[in-house]
Design a protein around this ligand. Structure first.
Ligand code: GDP
Length: 328
């Protein structure tokens, strides 16, 4: 592709990959009740207030009071928070046995994971399955030891157990050198050591920025997105969720939908959204690396590729398995 650079000089670009430093895409893994909802609430709340102009500690305390009154307990599948100018997309993973390949699809969309473990219970059977998939996908994890305020908390022991689990699941040396952050999600506080807890979740935000790579993308290539999930909206119909791998997409753009059987069907993006807190915000154009939602292509299914109309290249599809029914 030949296009002028900012100074008007022509430059030749051939599938040039860049790493976006303004985005992090992470999945969150936790056994039920270990505090995932509470932690994500805290991240969303603090991400919002870090942008205001008041000392962080005061604001966190204020907002915790508000939070207790409102008692938000929603855990949306896709949320996003901005910290120090970096947008962090947080994708939930199913904590239970998963027959539909959802975990693989989520792992395909992110560049790293938060593994949340309770400071008393330690890693539980249900976290193993998802962690194994994360490690197989080559991701690095940040281990978040939560509920350090519990009377019988044994954070160091829990970290050792978690390390053993990584080794058992075949973690590489790099994956086994995970960063550990200790949290009391209920209070919205975190630290790099259980004995040195900061009065906000900043150490966790910082670890996400430091430990999880930004998405690597070809920003100028033809648009390409794998439909990773779908949700139904009463007004907009089926909405497609995925990570834009390459290029840009615009509202109103004519695209190609490549079905899993390889057929190419013309389609049109009627609306585009990015995630912001618990909401979806409509935008005009989006660049590769972000996790987005698309309305207007209601006949698409999970595993389809949405691509540039002139360059309809399919991404490798991901398993959408049906549950195995055993006949006896
Ligand atoms: P999820 O099932 O993983 O989403 O867990 P929740 O966020 O719903 O939390 C489960 C329970 O643990 C709730 O009663 C929370 O208030 C509580 N909880 C979460 N984080 C902490 C924490 O850091 N300390 C204590 N003591 N309780 C917590």
């Amino acid at each position: 592709m030949y296009r002028p650079d900012r100074n008007g000089r022509g430059i030749l670009r051939i599938n040039e990959m860049i790493r976006r430093n303004d985005i992090r895409n992470i999945a969150i893994i936790a056994h039920v009740d270990h505090g995932k909802t509470t932690l994500v609430d805290g991240l969303l709340r603090q991400g919002r207030i870090f942008r205001e102009n008041q000392p962080v500690a005061e604001r966190v305390l204020d907002s915790n009071d508000l939070e207790r009154e409102r008692g938000i307990t929603i855990m949306a599948k896709n949320t996003a928070v901005t910290y120090r100018g970096v947008k962090i997309n947080i994708v939930d993973t199913p904590g239970h046995a998963d027959f539909g390949g959802e975990v693989e699809r989520v792992m395909n969309m992110v560049d790293g994971v938060l593994l949340l473990v309770d400071a008393v219970d330690g890693p539980m059977p249900q976290t193993r399955f998802v962690l194994r998939k994360a490690l197989q996908a080559g991701h690095r994890a940040i281990v978040v030891v939560n509920k350090i305020d519990r009377p019988n908390a044994r954070p160091n022991h829990v970290v050792n157990e978690t390390f053993d689990l990584f080794i058992e699941l075949g973690a590489t040396d790099e994956q086994a050198e995970f960063a550990t952050i200790y949290t009391n999600a209920l209070k919205g506080v975190a630290g790099r050591s259980p004995l040195k807890i900061h009065d906000s979740l900043e150490p966790l935000f910082d670890a996400i920025l430091d430990q999880i790579p930004g998405p690597q993308v070809d920003p100028d290539g033809p648009a390409q997105l794998l439909v990773t999930n779908t949700v139904y909206d009463d007004y907009k119909g089926k909405i497609l969720i995925g990570r834009l791998r390459r290029g840009t997409l615009r509202k109103g753009q004519a695209v190609a939908r490549i079905a899993r059987d390889g057929s190419v069907i013309p389609a049109k993006v009627s609306q585009l959204f990015v995630f912001n807190g618990l909401d979806r915000n409509e935008i005009e154009e989006v660049a590769a690396g972000d996790i987005i939602a698309i309305a207007g292509i209601g006949d698409a299914s999970i595993g389809d590729t949405i691509a540039d109309a002139q360059c309809p290249e399919a991404l490798p599809s991901i398993a959408v398995e049906e549950p195995t029914v055993r006949m006896t």
